[in-house]
Write a protein that binds this ligand. Structure first.
Ligand code: ATP
Ligand code: MG
Length: 554
């Protein structure tokens, strides 16, 4: 059982609200992605938080697409977001769209105009910015601010009816041009955009701004706890003010620190550039910090949920080490991944005292971490084997517990062999290694009495299948590419993908299943790539067995 952790600050708020009987003790959260890209691991944190809270307090969570910006949003993104949330293991109460509220939002804007709290402004974006003042100087009202309610109602209706071009007019809230909070200096509520919307088509040519859509959508759905990231702290007064003036359901906003992680970028806009400029294979490239990329890489939903749980919910921004995510996936796969053998950099080993042409079937368990081994598989053995080139040395140093003339190792699930000799080609490269085996040393039936320190993996030459194996490294060379000088893409790691076209794998791996993790013994955790076929197997390395970076960096 996992140890009890103390409540995070949002859980404390929810518990207080429930204790006070606020909203009848009801908890309704929402996850509100804008469908303008694929979700990343930062979104996973928000998903785990919103859905996790609801689950813990017998509440519900809505999936609401914040689709108020027609030019950037697409149905492809909506579908991928739904797939990712489901895959992470969460069910939403309702699938909703801010665009479904366009009529209601329009009516709410009319309500504010009628209360004298909104006006149509003909100024350009530049004029509005100039009139807003600075943090130390108040803004100055223009002639449009004093328009009558009737005129504003008419102009707003004309905006909606398509009488104006993009940028001709905006609807602004009439709040306080001298407010120390710049967002309260008559913020925009609506702008004109003659653009096709992925759901409402051409029905609208005016679209609400975030600040006049988000809180109102929360209120329409009667969201009790609207959780967002810290950059919205300064928006909260506006969030509260609109709700109060409109006398709608009093949703409340709470902010937490967004997830930042080393060696990656975490913004849809930046991830989009990597895709558009072909720095990666797509949104689900296994090097991407997207949920679909991590899934393709072999990350499990459980490991991502565990990661989100471990990083917790903070009120201050920080940077999480990518290694923590790797730690979580290693822990999970150690318990679930089936062990198999694959030789990434092969060299041939010949057993001179094993009859040529003879084969035998050995047995290996699927996972020694599981009681009973989680079943097992047959492993064919013969006198010719592939082993890793690095497991042999011409002149082995002391404590090299692998092969070199005179040294002994155990072949995993098979026999102990002793290296007798080797052959080199004209260039001096070792091409073959000759060994003898100890017939009495068969794994599980060893009566040889010989103890060896090393065990190496192998694949029988006549039985081996081949696969392409893709090894990945960090996508960026620096910890925080976004904070470096110049374009973040200058810091891409040119060595982030390494393809091994011809890896020898034990025959049982031809049955590997999509979505399942395999430990290639001594080489890491792997999973089938989505492009893998029966004719051409392709494996992605999810993660190495140990944290190689901890060593490299020091
Ligand atoms: P991006 O800049 O990547 O597009 P966003 O905040 O604009 O991010 P949205 O689709 O608007 O993306 O986000 C949906 C929800 O996910 C929001 O509530 C947002 O606060 C949250 N979220 C986005 N990025 C992170 C992050 N890095 N850590 C935690 N929560 C995040
Ligand atoms: Mg956004």
């Amino acid at each position: 059982m996992s140890e009890e952790r103390s409540l995070n600050f949002i859980e404390e708020i929810v518990e207080e609200d429930i204790a006070e009987g606020k909203h009848g003790g009801r908890v309704l959260t929402r996850f509100p992605p804008e469908p303008n890209g694929y979700l990343h691991i930062g979104h996973a944190k928000s998903i785990c938080l919103n859905f996790g809270l609801a689950k813990k307090y017998n509440g519900k969570t809505n999936l609401r697409f914040d689709d108020t910006n027609p030019t950037k949003e697409e149905t492809e993104y909506v579908d991928s977001i739904k797939e990712d949330v489901k895959w992470l293991g969460f069910d939403w109460a309702e699938e909703l769209y801010a665009s479904d509220y366009f009529d209601k939002l329009y009516d709410l804007a009319v309500t504010l105009i009628k209360k004298g709290l909104a006006y149509v402004d003909d100024s350009t974006a530049e004029e509005i910015a100039a009139q807003k003042g600075t943090p130390t100087e108040p803004g100055t009202p223009n002639q449009y601010r004093s328009r009558s309610v009737e005129e504003n109602l008419q102009l707003f209706a004309d905006m909606k009816a398509g009488k104006y071009q993009d940028g001709d007019k905006v609807l602004r809230a009439k709040i306080d041009l001298a407010s120390p909070n710049m967002l309260l200096r008559d913020p925009l509520m609506y702008r004109i955009k003659h653009a096709h919307h992925h759901r409402t088509g051409d029905a609208w040519c005016i679209y609400p701004m975030y600040d006049f859509a988000h809180g109102q959508s929360d209120a329409i759905e009667e969201i009790t706890h609207s959780i967002c990231t810290l950059e919205f702290v300064s928006h909260r007064p506006l969030y509260d003010l609109f709700i109060e003036e409109l006398e709608i359901f009093p949703s409340k906003q709470y902010e937490f620190a967004r997830l930042n992680m080393t060696y990656t970028v975490m913004s849809k806009r930046k991830l989009m550039q990597l895709v558009a400029e072909n720095h990666v294979e797509g949104w689900d490239d296994p090097r991407m910090s997207t949920i679909s990329g991590l899934r393709r890489r072999g990350y499990t939903a459980a490991s991502i949920r565990e990661f989100c749980d471990r990083i917790g919910v903070a009120k201050r921004e920080n940077m999480i080490d990518f290694s923590l995510l790797e730690f979580c996936i290693r822990e999970d796969l150690n318990k679930t991944a089936w062990r198999r053998m694959a030789v990434l950099d092969p060299i041939k080993l010949i057993i001179t005292n094993y009859p040529e042409g003879q084969t035998e079937t050995l047995h290996g368990e699927n996972n020694p971490e599981v009681e009973g081994g989680d079943g097992g598989r047959d492993i064919p053995f013969s006198n010719e084997l592939w082993i890793e080139r690095e497991d042999f040395m011409e002149e082995p140093p002391k404590k090299f517990f692998r092969l070199g003339v005179g040294l002994m190792v155990r072949l995993k699930n098979a026999y102990i062999v002793k290296c007798e000799d080797f052959k080199k080609d004209a260039d001096g490269n070792v091409t073959e290694i000759y060994c003898t085996y100890i017939p009495e040393s068969k794994s599980g039936h060893d009566t040889s009495g010989i103890n060896v320190k090393g065990t190496i993996h192998w694949v029988s030459v006549p039985h081996a299948k081949t696969a392409e194996v893709r090894l990945y490294d960090r996508l960026f060379k620096v910890e925080d590419p976004s904070s470096e000088e110049g374009d973040f893409k200058e810091y891409l790691n040119p060595e982030s993908l390494h393809i091994l076209p011809n890896v020898y794998i034990e025959p049982d791996l031809a049955n590997a299943e999509q979505g399942k993790g395999y430990q290639f013994i001594r080489k890491g955790y792997f999973t089938l790539d989505k492009l893998s076929t029966a004719d051409k197997l392709v494996f992605n390395r999810t993660v190495t067995l140990k944290d190689g970076w901890a060593v490299k960096k020091s």
